[in-house]
Design a protein around this ligand. Structure first.
Ligand code: PHE
Length: 362
């Protein structure tokens, strides 16, 4: 009976060994190894349960059984340790390669903005005029009727006021408008400084317009003003000539034709000969050989008087041009609406420095 029990224990150990070793060999992760450890050699494991049962054996058998059971436990534990270490190392290696940063992946391109073509042209104009002694000043976009019209020799009942129809701000106290041109800065500049005056005024202007390929209700202008004791029309022509050459090349010529603006006398419209066809006539200049740049003239005596300047002492010239138009001429853009349409494809063409075709031709 007693021998039988000991024999039974040995059989049990052998079976448990087969099971434990087979399971140990099949382990494939350190998480599973921990399970194995708990199941077989842990405090609540099968081997521990076996050892506990030794107490029930007759005293004389206990030492031999105890040694056998303890040896079995040691055997399992020493079989387990290298497996556990190997699995732990494998797990670590797997995690390292799974979580690794793949530096061969191409990065995400951040979207980098570019300078808007109008801003770019303003910068170019400021640079050109700086070399001619002009400084850039900026004025308010919401103007009073006094600066936008009255001080520019356009009285309230003058029909010329209709030419500059614009958005009127509803204010019973003052006649406030979105400025129709940058010319109000003429009087503002003369009021706050003394001759000699040489300024340019880049900025937005607003008009009540039906929009089409060459008209926008909001656009950008460049005003120019020079006032001194001996300014003549020749100075005006020289400055505009130089502007045309700086912008369109050293061969360019300019043309003056009579025009009317209430704030200049005499008044002209000025054009540059078409650089694309050398004045022979092409699609860009609409077969005229000339590209209209803007209006200009000698500052009207009434404008000088309005700001307290004596027209017998001081004379001056003024000019105004549309900046979008200038870019359209320079780069062959044929729809002014492209500048405010916010189509990134249009804007990017400037950034690439390539020629720009029409918005609608994509
Ligand atoms: N202010 C005029 C316009 O917008 C242009 C201009 C400016 C004409 C200065 C003459 C002198 O049409």
């Amino acid at each position: 009976m007693k021998t039988q029990e000991l024999h039974g224990l040995t059989t049990e150990i052998d079976e448990l060994r087969d099971e434990a070793i087979a399971r140990l060999d099949a382990l494939d992760s350190s998480a599973r190894a921990t399970d194995w450890e708990r199941e077989f050699v842990g405090p609540k494991g099968k081997v521990t349960a076996l050892l506990r049962r030794l107490g029930a054996l007759p005293a004389e058998q206990r030492p031999a059984a105890g040694r056998a059971a303890q040896a079995f436990r040691n055997e399992l534990e020493s079989a387990f340790r290298p497996v556990q270490e190997r699995l732990h190392r494998e797990d670590l290696a797997r995690r390292l390669s799974d979580d690794a940063l793949d530096i061969t992946l191409p990065g995400r391109q951040p979207l980098v903005g570019t300078v808007h073509p109008v801003s770019e042209m303003i910068d170019e104009l400021i640079e050109i005029f700086a070399l001619l002694g002009f400084r850039a000043v900026f004025g308010p976009e919401v103007e009073t009727g006094r600066y936008n019209f009255d001080l520019l020799n356009i009285p309230a009942d003058h029909p010329a006021r209709d030419v500059w129809d614009t958005i009127i701000i509803d204010d019973p106290e003052a006649e406030l408008v979105l400025r129709t041109h940058t010319s109000p800065m003429q009087a503002r500049t003369m009021e706050r400084s003394k001759p000699p005056i040489r300024v340019i005024v880049p900025g937005k202007a607003f008009r009540f317009e039906a929009q089409d390929a060459s008209h926008e209700w909001q656009f950008t202008q460049l005003e120019g003003l020079a006032v001194d004791t001996r300014i003549t029309m020749t100075d005006l022509k020289g400055v505009l000539q130089e502007l045309a050459r700086q912008l369109f090349g050293p061969e360019r010529r300019i043309r003056f034709r009579c025009d009317f603006f209430p704030f200049v006398e005499p008044g002209v419209e000025f054009a540059v000969d078409c650089a694309i066809c050398e004045g022979k006539g092409c699609r860009v200049c609409k077969h005229t050989g000339w590209l209209e740049m803007g209006g200009a003239g000698m500052v009207h005596p009434n404008v000088l008087r309005g700001v307290g300047y004596d027209p017998d002492v001081y004379t001056g010239f003024a000019f105004g041009l549309g900046i979008e138009r200038l870019i359209m001429m320079k780069h062959g853009v044929d729809d002014v609406r492209a500048f405010a349409a916010n189509d990134i494809r249009f804007l990017r063409r400037f950034a690439a420095g390539t020629c720009v075709s029409a918005l609608n031709r994509g």
